[in-house]
Design a protein around this ligand. Structure first.
Ligand SMILES: C[S@@+](CC[C@H](N)C(=O)[O-])C[C@H]1O[C@@H](n2cnc3c(N)ncnc32)[C@H](O)[C@@H]1O
Length: 284
């Protein structure tokens, strides 16, 4: 069962909720764009036509025992991730980019029967999932978080194991047979890559794992060509990527399984930084 929550770009729609199965004639992009779709991202993406999304920006579940992952087995998690990469590849336009943020390892506690549980490095899996789906890995970056400054313990609660205080931001490209990549305004892209957001911490928020808005804004500035392009986040959480589409004049689609997070995204978007037009005047 999937619900659609309208983002407040059209204020009259704010409180409209539509159940997925109640939409008789689902059309892309009209029934998807500017929506938070509450549902399983694999099912929702399966309905999106191929070669139709301009850029994907997302942070999938980390499989480190967050509340929303606790009941999963490692096999279920791997299947979700494999299916996610396959769908992302299918619906992305050729020559365009998917930006994934992920932690450094999966926690082995629940699937490795040993006194001292093993951790599973994430990067090797992310490389394989991307390649198997058909993507080329285009670039990798590290986001260095400031946990210690935030007072978060650097030793994990149960084991004398350092908590990872950095995360990966990997960009995948869907090949288009030309081997030619587009380059946005070079100065702007350069500024975005050099910004200080690479050492910012995630928001302290009602979500356990949200990223700072600077990260999706950076990805849009470097990897999205034009205003009005369609940005998809299949694991939306509380909606950070959609906030970034508001700021950058893109159109967004967010998918989130957890109904509570969907509502938070929907409410939170009202607190989005106000977009400025070229004269510096507010658009809203
Ligand atoms: C790491 S969080 C994303 C946080 C997000 N970047 C933000 O800033 O709020 C991963 C999210 O994926 C959601 N999720 C887990 N399985 C899902 C699925 N099958 N389909 C859609 N969302 C899912 C979780 O509820 C969680 O909110």
């Amino acid at each position: 069962m999937q619900n659609f929550y309208k983002t407040p770009r059209r204020m009259e729609d704010i409180y409209r909720t539509v159940r997925y199965e109640q939409i008789s004639n689902r059309c892309f992009p009209e029934d998807y764009v500017d929506n938070v779709i509450c549902g399983d991202c694999i099912s929702v993406m399966s309905d999106i036509p191929e070669d139709s999304i301009d850029i994907i920006i997302t942070s999938p579940p980390y499989f480190v025992q967050k509340a929303y992952e606790k009941s999963w087995t490692i096999d279920q998690y791997y299947r979700l991730m494999r299916d996610c990469f396959v769908q992302c590849f299918r619906i992305l336009k050729p020559g365009r980019y998917a930006v994934f943020n992920f932690g450094d390892y999966f926690n082995g506690n629940r699937f490795y029967e040993a006194d001292v549980p093993s951790v599973y490095p994430a990067a090797i899996n992310y490389f394989k999932w991307g390649r198997d789906a058909g993507f080329d890995l285009q670039a990798t970056r590290i986001w260095r978080k400031q946990f210690s400054r935030m007072g978060i313990p650097m030793i994990c609660n149960k084991h004398p194991r350092p908590t990872f205080d950095y995360e990966h931001i990997w960009t995948y490209r869907k090949p288009d047979g030309t081997g030619q990549e587009f380059m946005n305004d070079r100065k702007k892209s350069q500024k975005a890559v050099l910004g200080d957001h690479w050492t910012k911490s995630g928001k302290i928020s009602s979500h356990e794992a949200s990223f700072p808005i600077d990260l999706p804004i950076w990805a849009i500035e470097v990897y999205s060509k034009d205003e009005q392009e369609i940005v998809l986040d299949p694991f939306l959480g509380i909606g950070t990527t959609l906030f970034a589409t508001e700021v950058t004049n893109r159109r967004g689609i967010g998918i989130e399984l957890n109904d509570e997070y969907c509502k938070m995204a929907y409410n939170g978007i009202q607190g989005t930084p106000v977009r400025k037009n070229k004269t510096g005047k507010s658009k809203k």
